[in-house]
Design a protein. Sequence first.
Lengths: 327, 259
Amino acid sequence: MSSVLVVMEQASGGGWHRISREALAAGRCLAAEMKMPCAAAVLGTADATTTLTVQLAGEGVTVWAVEHPLLEHYTADAFVAALQQLVAETKPAFVVFPHTYQVRDYAPALATRMNDVLVSDVIAMNVSDVEATFTRQWMGGKLSAQYRHVGSGPCLVSVQAGSFKANAANVGPAAIEVRKFAPQLDAAQVRTKPGEPFREAARTVDLGSAQVIVSVGRGIGEQDNLKIVEELASALGAELAASRPICDAGWLPMERQVGSSGQTVAPKVYVAVGISGAIQHLVGMKGARTVIAINKDPDAPIFEVADVAAVGDLFDIVPAVTRALRA
Amino acid sequence: MKIVVAVKQVPERDTPVRVAADGHGVDAGDAWTMNEPDAYALEEALQLKERLGEGEVVVLSAGPERVESTLREALAKGADRALHIVTPEEGAGSLAERDTLGVAQMLAEAVRGESPDLVLTGLQSDDLGAGQTGVVLAELLGLPHVTLVLSVEASAGAKQIRVKRELEDGWFQHLDMPLPALLTIQSGGNRLRYATLMGIKRARSKETKQMEAVTASARHDEVVRVAIPERTRQTEMLTGTADQIAAKLVERLKAEVGI
């Protein structure tokens, strides 16, 4: 019978990567609509999968514990080989991944090995009992595109953080059915040698606990212009943050970056200055209670999540706000 | 070290985009530029060649005639020569008619002809943003790959490289891998250079080889519909002069956080 397979990912510090639960919720929803059973796959050593599968009690899914010593540390080569074998064995109609850095590293190769494609970075799905379409963003969020899988193989999708709500309560029986799967892997297949993860330096800015954040994006134009947002932040008693391009250019330190590759924030107020609002940025600030956006482009995707929108020249508006706050 | 850098030409960031007349694509006007993550990949290749003091950087792009301006930009920045896989602007065989696998198959054919030590590309494109082409290309070429690479350590003549990969939440990792290999480059690992006047002059005498695209296979996915996204929140739109907007913003800020 056709089924939905959700490939779960461990967090580096143990437990589940936060998007794994969301991917599982997406997979369960897809399975329910399609009237298919849903299974979750866990990859790792026997010790690791034993600890992790316990945490899936109550999710009401069958768990595939994919176990091999070569799966202890992530490598694309071992993960692709193991999952290709699991898919060949279980023949799912859909394979759902969390859209993590790790998945981005191996899922496209897995799709290619099966002569198929992955629909990546999905933010919504539209499912009937016969068909599913998946929405992803184009042009940094200015357009949304609905995709349908048409190949004969399984449909592979990865879901973006914050797009599907993880199950808050148990939805299935507490008992959990765990099936072991032992892939055939050979150390010679693994071509990359990963080192231990490390941090560059201790983080000195904790944007996560800030109440008010002024965040700046490409619209600021050049480094010298940053002073107008610094002054606004100071007048507001806010932390200064930025979207990735500002940190890439070295105008602000990387630790002030908000987004999928930076910090996740949830302030009372988030003031987005000259930020277009690509999904990679939005996933980092969706938790803000009030979003105020200042941008000259009325079509900027940031306005889709803004509570208050000022369409206009930030070089006029930002200093005017600072003046008004100080008056 | 011979390095092929695959770059994509994408619409300029600030040009207004519309849904194409057929409802399945983008009408992005006629202002085009090099995909920014690919510019970081090109920069990494140029710096690598400079550090090693030897090698060749070949820039590769697929698309219609307009793509040549992006290839010229890469040559002006210092790439040694260019490969242009020519596709129609639209219709059968165009980029829009190919899925990620179909695009990577074209690129793979061109890369095979070069037998490079290293293939670099950006981690994703600014237009479709699938973030897959590099990984799919590696798989088609049978090369090991690492994504989200910030820097590459290599020595002349070595058969191995060490790369620094960005992980999530501010973590990094080094990986050792054999050559040939494919890397997708994360932005921010280096600083982009501008083309100099001398570079632009030199680019004129550099070779751009046009190549025929391999026939497109049927897509494995279909774009059913493209639309302007719906707003998810009730947005209060502020209008007026800068001072009027500022006054309303301050009022709102006071209500929200008691400033």
